[in-house]
Design a protein around this ligand. Sequence first.
Ligand SMILES: Cc1cc2nc3c(=O)[nH]c(=O)nc-3n(C[C@H](O)[C@H](O)[C@H](O)COP(=O)(O)O)c2cc1C
Length: 356
Amino acid sequence: MNSEIIFLPLQIKNFTFRNRLGVAPMTRMSAGPESIPRQDVLDFLVRRAEKGASVVFTEAIVTDYESSQGYPGQARMTTQRQIDAWHPVVKKIRDHGAVSIMQMFHCGRMAWPEVNPANRSIAPSTISPSQQNPLTQAPYPVPEEMSQFDIDHVINGFVETAKGAITAGFDGVEIHGAHGYLINQFLSAYSNKRNDAYGGSVEKRFHFAREVIQAVKAEVPADRLLTFRISNWGVADMDVSLFETKEEWQQIIKMIAEEGVDIISVSTYDFKADAFGAGKNMAQLTREVTDLPIMICGKIHDRKSAEQALQHADIALSGKSTLLNPDWVEDVRQGKESPLHASEEANVAYTNEPLP
Ligand SMILES: Cc1cc2nc3c(=O)[nH]c(=O)nc-3n(C[C@H](O)[C@H](O)[C@H](O)COP(=O)(O)O)c2cc1C
């Protein structure tokens, strides 16, 4: 394999990614009552572009004011003031030569009800995660089963937030369908026990994701990017395989691709891990069924792991390494030693301490 692949540019539609290293979406819980992140948190994203990342994702932006917020201090993008706060960030990221993508999510049953203006928790079915909320040590509330009205309202939240991102000038929007949050909850039989049009077979469990993608895609101009993030694991009940077989995973990937997204972002806990006992990793299984550009994430921390990850994917995203080391891209270029960080080290993300 060409060991220089990491620094080869990649063209996706009208965007040139200058290399294959990007900043994964990372929630920082820094926003005040106006749902706008702290200035140093916004500056952090600009600095990652300045320091060479080819693509910078925002933290997960919450999609409505009723039930979408899963953590304190999350940001929104549906008021003019919120849009105005992001506009210069996007411009600076572009001026530094990187692609900007807004990620949006609805937490579903991963709710922390008291941080939601409407104090609700909603999900495909009335089942809460088995484990407690690791941040509050309280059990997750049992969610209300979403009605058709709720579903339509939630989809509208994704649409309004995408509109906000487009108005703010973002190069792309990402639908967060990973990590056990709402869309992932619909996709997985672990959390979706519905027997209407939104549950049952894989096709029916995909129905909600399809509706979200179609509604959002209608708002994303042809010269911007639409990406979909997916994972086989959730932040709660982490050991559960959300999909049962590689066939189920691949069927969902094919359905996502058929909806005309531009990129599929595969989030793993460890990109190298054998998936579904198939003797292949997640990116490989994804590549088998789609020609779309693939982003891969999970324990990519140095040149060797990035090269390895890029064998079956087009862009390697890093969470913790880019969080903790502003010079990560350059360190990878130089082949410097760059440690694999423990999850606890990332907790600094949630403090008031400005990160370099
Ligand atoms: C502080 C922190 C916040 C995160 N927030 C998000 C998020 O908002 N959306 C998301 O999709 N993933 C989020 N993640 C997961 C990362 O995007 C990434 O998938 C994960 O950290 C694994 O990559 P790594 O091994 O390079 O850290 C977060 C991770 C960290 C460390």
